[in-house]
Design a protein around this ligand. Structure first.
Ligand SMILES: Nc1nc2nc(S)n(CCO)c2c(=O)[nH]1
Length: 159
């Protein structure tokens, strides 16, 4: 059964662009993942821990036969391959892959919460996600992501 998922990718340690390309290539190399669409790349102000460098962010749409938990393990493996060190929780990172949506499912385990619990607060996620599909609706809030973005105050952090 083929599932549709959206992943947010980010990097704020140089060479940022190279890390993003390598992460996308790693996804494409998986036999159980088809990268169906890739958003533009946005330079974004760090949110959460703001004393760090600007990020480059993008969102990819994938089709996959992995389960959500298996997809999480793939994302964590790619982060490890690209030298992600989890020193400071919100600190700088070579690469970050977050699962945003998996079909329209609501999953709540200690390893994985879907839809991503902070995606509705993050312009660096919403702007590229809407670029890929303007009609997407948050499966729990039942609100279009375009409306969630409009309601967001600090949109200016995304260029
Ligand atoms: N702009 C921006 N700020 C961030 N803060 C954290 S943590 N992250 C890592 C993703 O959770 C980011 C990010 O990817 N982009």
């Amino acid at each position: 059964m083929t599932n549709t998922a959206y992943l947010s990718l980010g990097s704020n340690i140089e060479p940022r662009l190279s890390y993003l390309h390598k992460a996308i290539k790693a996804l494409q190399q998986s036999p159980k993942i088809e990268v169906a669409a890739i958003s533009s790349i946005y330079e974004t102000d760090p949110v959460g821990f703001t004393e760090q460098d600007q990020f480059l962010n993008l969102v990819v749409q994938i089709r996959t036969t992995f389960s959500a938990i298996e997809l999480l393990d793939v994302c964590l493996a790619i982060e490890r391959e690209l030298g992600r060190e989890r020193k400071i929780r919100w600190g700088p990172r070579t690469i970050d892959l977050d699962i945003l949506l998996y079909n329209h499912e609501n999953i709540e385990t200690e390893k994985l919460i879907l839809p991503h619990p902070r995606m509705h607060e993050r312009a660096f996620v919403l702007v590229p996600l809407i670029e890929l599909d303007k009609k997407l609706i948050h499966p729990i809030k039942k609100a279009p992501f375009t409306q969630i973005l409009n309601d967001l105050s600090d949109k200016e952090g995304v260029r």
